[in-house]
Design a binder for this molecule. Structure first.
Ligand code: PGA
Length: 254
């Protein structure tokens, strides 16, 4: 696991975007796994900037998002469909038919989960997956206690996640209680994973994920078992690592 610690959020975002851009240039038909939440917003902003400068072409890229709230329509302002349109898709030349996000309004959830896994399998699984991390160590919406063997499935959001995400809704009561998410097994099939984290609120989750035992109580700790993970974090998120978040930008292998 390569851990890269950057001075701040902006630098982390720029460097992550540079890495994604290089992957797309190397493999123009890249299968890119995407995350939502506040963490990757800077990364998407930077990718849009590179696209506008003519340095990036998404026309052959296929995307798969990690998750979607259950019960929200694609046009709901807090849906992840909406988020992706706003932050990335409407600004770049990704082909509509190559964008995939779980359908939060599917009536047959099992069929929807099976359909999503099938699409992933047909695409040859994800080449490069972007992940954020919850303060409780979740990845996608795989909450503590999650089954490491699970593929795409319906998830009950943890109370801590509902509380954390309430900032985007009018009140905590408005936060959906469930979501459809790629499972840990799906995520672990990705050929490469970038885990992003910024801010002191993520420091404990990052420490547990990287230096703690591999346990389903900290879903992100499963990444220790993956052969190709790049953790890209700012100093605040690295503050509790034994090598610390102090000093200049640096990298370490753990
Ligand atoms: P955040 O969410 O980027 O909004 O902090 C990350 C997550 O919950 O996975």
């Amino acid at each position: 696991m390569l851990v890269e610690v950057f001075n701040d959020y902006e630098e982390m975002s720029r460097r992550a975007a540079r890495h994604v851009a290089a992957a797309i240039r190397q493999k123009p038909d890249l299968v890119l796994g995407l995350a939502t939440g506040s963490t990757p917003v800077g990364l998407y902003r930077e990718l849009v900037r590179l696209f506008r400068k003519g340095e990036l072409d998404f026309s052959r890229v296929t995307t798969f998002n990690l998750d979607e709230y259950y019960g929200l329509s694609a046009s709901h302002e807090q849906s992840y469909h909406y988020f992706m349109q706003e932050h990335l898709f409407r600004h770049v030349n990704v082909a509509l038919e190559r964008i995939h996000i779980p359908d939060g309004q599917a009536t047959d959830i099992q069929a929807e989960c099976a359909r999503y896994e099938q699409l992933l399998a047909e695409a040859g699984w994800v080449d490069l997956q972007i992940l954020g991390i919850g303060g409780n160590g979740h990845i996608g919406f795989n909450e503590p206690g999650t089954d490491f063997g699970a593929s795409t499935h319906l998830i009950e959001l943890a109370p801590a996640t509902i509380q954390a995400n309430a900032r985007f809704f009018k009140s905590p009561e408005d936060v959906p209680r469930r979501a459809i998410s790629m499972g840990i097994k799906t995520i672990m099939r990705s050929r490469e994973i970038i885990l992003l984290a910024s801010g002191r609120d993520k420091a404990e989750a990052i420490r547990a994920a990287i230096e703690g035992p591999v346990t389903n109580q900290v879903p992100a700790s499963v990444l220790q078992l993956h052969p190709n993970v790049r953790v890209m974090i700012d100093q605040a998120a690295a503050a509790l690592l034994s090598h610390g978040g102090q000093g200049q930008t640096h990298a370490m292998t753990v």
